[in-house]
Design a protein around this ligand. Structure first.
Ligand code: ATP
Ligand code: MG
Ligand code: MG
Ligand code: MG
Length: 488
């Protein structure tokens, strides 16, 4: 039995279909009809109305009791944002597939745990000795979930059933609304040891794979009350479980990433992927590979679902992601400008069968990414050239500090990220007047605020236009400095 990604996905769906669950297609990862949600971040998003008791009685959802699917998810903004981890670890992506199963007012904890155990140990045949389960240990507001604990004890010894805090094991949709304890499955990639202390401790070898949420309470101003209808909502990371089944220590070593890395190696001037992490990856080459492979999936899927990089909201997140990938490619892999769009065909080929929308929209994806990438690469190139000249000039004049004005010019006019300016200064043995830069930023903000205010009060269409342009320009050039990109 070869566990390809496609096989793992279809096996999950068939297993739950065998238990009378109905396959519900993935909703869009960029939910154009839901402005409150930046991206779809879990399989349950499309079933929210059921949990909230807001289903139209004529909708097919009204009679849905059990469901299963594989959901396209993006966690790069809003409540769930994994962007900073992507590239740096082996098991967070910005785009990933979440395998999900649901009971809507039907079966509850015991069956949910039974199904999970059976699928993992009898179908996927994971080593039961390496499985750990977590349950909610309770706090001042919510009692300990002894039910979940006891159901796991049917299968696991007590030292592998672990009580965890609300942060990891209590799920809420928002500040009010349906909520409940959850219970997760964690897997030890190493085995032959007691790994209980490593559960929920950010250890890449003891990884959370499946979250089983028990929606049993409603929370309002007065506190918690029991829900008349209790629900099950589960989500398992497809890439994570595939990495285990393919006996790999990283999600990036599974079948679907290999062809993307092979394609990338054609454009890299610093060699191919070696899977190094952290300190080991001192040149950031392998981090760059992971970032770029992740980001091209995210961009391709999001654009296929109708999203477009832009200056605000969802589009802005996509723009940042594209720029992050472009920078890693050009700076770290020394790839020629335009390399990023060249990865689209391999993404479409790898995922097109499971997600035909990629095939259908390939031309649009290519057009949008090409345009964005070209615009940004030009900026990046111009900044690098400008800095080279500046460096020479400063050396001949015996100057040591790049002024705030210069850094601001690079940033505001050339669109050059300030952390990059800082790093290049450092490499050239120069310092950067960061305080001066911050002052320039403040002045700029005041200027555009004033322009906006003037436009509002004056009501002149001309002024309004200028204010809008200024705001757009500013946003366009802001490459947030909290971006995790570091050149060293
Ligand atoms: P983690 O603690 O590892 O960040 P999580 O608790 O945030 O995961 P959940 O919200 O419980 O994740 O989502 C359900 C499942 O989806 C997780 O158990 C995991 O397998 C998978 N998953 C979550 N985030 C990611 C991601 N960024 N990339 C890949 N898989 C993910
Ligand atoms: Mg998380
Ligand atoms: Mg977690
Ligand atoms: Mg979780």
């Amino acid at each position: 039995q070869e566990w390809t990604t496609d096989k793992v996905r279809s096996t999950f769906i068939e297993f739950f279909e065998g238990q009378e669950h109905t396959m519900q297609p993935s909703s869009a990862c960029a939910p154009l009809n839901d402005p409150t949600l930046l991206f779809t971040n879990a399989g349950m998003n499309q079933f929210k109305p059921i949990f909230l008791g807001q289903v139209d009685p004529n909708s097919p959802l009204a009679t849905l009791k059990r469901a299963v699917n594989s959901q396209k998810c993006i966690r790069a903004g809003g409540k769930h944002n994994d962007l900073e981890d992507v590239g740096r670890d082996t098991y967070h992506h910005t785009f990933f597939e979440m395998l999900g199963s649901w009971s809507f007012g039907d079966y509850f904890k015991e069956e949910a745990i039974d199904y999970a155990w059976t699928l993992l140990t009898e179908v996927y045949k994971l080593d039961p000795e390496r499985i750990y389960a977590s349950y909610f240990e309770g706090d001042d507001n919510v009692p300990k979930d002894t039910e979940a604990r006891d159901f796991w004890l049917k299968y696991l010894p007590p030292d592998r059933v672990i009580g965890c805090v609300a942060e990891d094991n209590f799920w809420e949709m928002g500040d009010i609304g349906p909520c409940g304890p959850c219970s997760e499955v964690h897997y030890d990639r190493i085995g032959g040891r007691d790994a209980s202390a490593l559960v929920n401790a950010d250890d890449p070898d003891v990884m959370e794979i499946w979250n089983i949420v028990f929606i049993q309470y409603n929370k309002d101003e007065k506190g918690l009350s029991s829900l008349p209808q209790k629900h099950i909502d589960t989500g398992m990371g497809l890439e994570r479980v595939v990495s285990i089944l393919q006996n790999r220590s990283s999600n990036y070593d599974i079948d679907v990433f290999i062809p993307i890395f092979e394609e990338m190696a054609k454009y890299s001037k610093v060699g191919s992927y070696e899977g190094k992490l952290g300190e080991e990856d001192s040149t950031l080459k392998d981090t760059a590979y992971r970032v770029i492979a992740d980001h091209i999936r995210t961009l391709s899927f999001a654009i296929a679902d109708g999203a477009v990089p832009s200056n605000e909201g969802r589009g802005y997140v996509l723009r940042r992601i594209l720029r992050r990938a472009t920078r890693y490619g050009q700076q770290i892999l020394q790839a020629e400008p335009g390399f990023f769009q060249k990865l689209i065909p391999v993404v479409v080929k790898t995922f097109g069968e499971a997600y035909p929308e990629l095939v259908k929209n390939q031309a649009t994806i290519t057009e949008i990414i090409a345009e964005e990438e070209t615009a940004f690469s030009t900026m990046l190139d111009r900044g690098i050239k400008f800095f080279g000249d500046l460096e020479e000039e400063m050396k001949s004049e015996g100057k040591k500090e790049v002024s705030g004005e210069t850094a601001f010019y690079l940033y505001d006019t050339l669109g050059f990220p300030v952390d990059l300016t800082e790093l290049m200064a450092e490499e050239a043995g120069l310092t950067l007047d960061t305080k001066g830069f911050a002052n320039e930023m403040e002045t700029q903000k005041t200027r555009s605020r004033a322009a906006r205010a003037a436009a509002k009060s004056g009501g002149s269409p001309q002024l309004e236009f200028i204010a809008e342009q200024t705001a757009a320009l500013t946003d366009n050039n802001v490459f947030p400095t909290d971006d995790s990109f570091k050149y060293k």
